[in-house]
Ligand binder design. Structure first.
Ligand SMILES: Nc1ncnc2c1ncn2[C@@H]1O[C@H](COP(=O)(O)OP(=O)(O)OP(=O)(O)O)[C@@H](O)[C@H]1O
Length: 309
């Protein structure tokens, strides 16, 4: 049975203009979960709740099966690392080495050799104060320092923000290797589809403060397809629409060619052919297209199936 790293039960957090939640989700131990959603959907708020940087107005958060309403115990905090969206200013006057020295005392499992290896790989400047570093340099320091703490639970809020493509690739490879070598749980908030594709085991989709669902990433691939069909004209298009009421975005692409979206490609192709309409080609939708459909309310069928099990 998969153990849960964190669980949110009916968690609500009032923000100035909206309430985030109720959030109900369990994130499994030993996997990477990507939080995705548009700006302001509540991803950072969720991470803040998990770090106890803010507390729920209602509901309960649990870490490894325990709810710590009076504050996370030191032992657990020392197993957690967090890279916030905006770096905190307390360390601005320190160099990377000085900040590492401080963190080394805080984290019993701090790995100085690993920190230096990552700082070298990322080419973080040695003598610059953190507050004087470029956004990307600072980010690279933060990611290196978070990993050097050898956390059991690592929370990353848009870690690639500001990274150049070279540094981004190192980050992805480093996180993949970290997961291969440790029994860690990583929760990452991101807007980068390629990051989700490369890293995530699970995807949690947020929209306007609500959790739209959670799914295994791999099961999303191939879930939606686009089908192109040969069509005589508007009349035939109307007939097709009447026969396929659940098809999405059925429209004329060019004269004689219509397209539609479906989650049931085999069934639909058969029905279309049975109607005497020629199927020209099909393709699987890309992850970003699937996420966009989901955001607009078209949930992947597999989530509903899972719930029904
Ligand atoms: N400290 C705060 N006080 C009041 N409202 C806040 C605060 N932080 C966030 N909010 C509001 O809560 C909502 C969710 O914000 P949050 O930062 O969690 O979203 P997000 O998904 O991380 O967005 P982004 O992708 O832009 O980083 C937004 O409407 C935001 O304006």
């Amino acid at each position: 049975m998969v153990e849960q790293a964190v669980e949110l039960r009916n968690v609500c957090k009032k923000r100035r203009h909206k309430t985030i939640g109720p959030l109900n989700v369990s994130l499994p131990q030993g996997y990477i979960t990507a939080l995705v959603g548009q700006n302001g959907s509540g991803k950072s708020t969720l991470l803040h709740l998990l770090m106890q940087l803010s507390f729920p107005g209602e509901g309960e958060v649990r870490w490894f099966g325990e709810a710590y309403v009076d504050g996370l115990p030191l032992k657990l905090r020392q197993q957690m690392a967090y890279v916030p969206e905006v770096s905190q200013s307390e360390e601005n006057f320190w160099t990377a080495a000085e900040a590492a020295e401080f963190r080394r005392h805080w984290y019993p499992s701090w790995d100085q050799g690993y920190f230096e290896e990552l700082i070298g790989k990322f080419e973080v400047p040695h003598n610059a104060r953190l507050g004087k570093m470029s956004k990307g340099e600072r980010r690279k320091f933060e990611i290196a320092a978070a990993l050097a703490a050898k956390p059991r639970l690592l929370l990353l809020d848009e870690p690639s923000s500001g990274l150049d493509p070279f540094a981004w690739k190192i980050m992805i490879e480093t996180l993949q290797r970290y997961m291969d070598e440790h029994e860690a749980t990583i929760i990452i908030s991101t807007h980068i589809v390629e990051e989700v594709r490369r890293l995530a085991d699970y995807i949690v989709l947020m929209h306007q403060g609500q959790l739209l669902g959670m799914t295994e990433k791999d099961s999303l691939f191939g879930s939606w397809s686009e089908i192109w069909v040969q069509i005589e004209g508007e009349q035939e298009l109307q007939e097709l629409a009447a026969e396929l009421p659940q098809a999405l975005e059925l429209k004329l692409e060019t004269p004689g060619v219509a397209s539609l979206l479906t989650q049931q490609i085999y069934l639909y192709e058969k029905r279309i052919q049975d109607l005497g309409v020629k199927v020209l080609k099909n393709r699987s939708l890309e992850l970003d297209e699937i996420l966009s459909l989901w955001t607009r309310g078209h949930r992947p069928v597999l989530i509903d199936q899972k719930r029904g099990e």
